[in-house]
Design a protein around this ligand. Structure first.
Ligand SMILES: [Zn+2]
Length: 139
């Protein structure tokens, strides 16, 4: 789980940056959830294909799926739309892959990474609360 640490963005913008500035083959994340700036509020955009190794958490890329929410969550909070979509996406991925809430990791919880990502306004409790089906309607 990441925030983009930027005010705005989309998978297309991050792909340009990751290719152009970092010299990577593709955007580093597998999913990007928009905040209504360069993509829809709560829009889930596909990044790297799920089978491809990501480039989003040094030391943790071999066996993880990178999800990035657009925004700087040190300065603002995720939008309700982003949180709804994140909950849906996590539940879908967990069902499809047999993962549990234990497998959900914030970037700053990766032992080999020194970062505050995904910001002080998105913590583990908030993410786990999204997994409660009753809290978020299914559509
Ligand atoms: Zn991150």
């Amino acid at each position: 789980m990441h925030h983009s640490a930027t005010r705005d963005g989309s998978v297309g913008l991050f792909r340009l940056m990751h290719r152009g500035l970092n010299g990577w083959s593709d955007v580093g994340y597998h999913y990007v959830i928009g905040n209504g700036t360069f993509s829809g509020d709560g829009e889930v955009e596909a990044g790297r294909p799920p089978w491809a190794r990501g480039a989003h958490a040094r030391g943790g890329n071999a066996d993880s799926i990178g999800i990035c929410l657009v925004g700087n969550f040190d300065e603002s909070a995720p939008t309700p739309g982003q949180l709804r979509s994140l909950g849906r996406l996590l539940r879908r991925l967990m069902r499809a892959s047999g993962l549990t809430s234990e497998d959900i990791i914030l970037h700053r919880e990766v032992r080999t990474c020194r970062t505050g990502c995904p910001g002080r306004n998105l913590d583990r409790a908030a993410v786990l609360a999204l997994l409660d089906r009753n809290q978020v309607e299914e559509t």
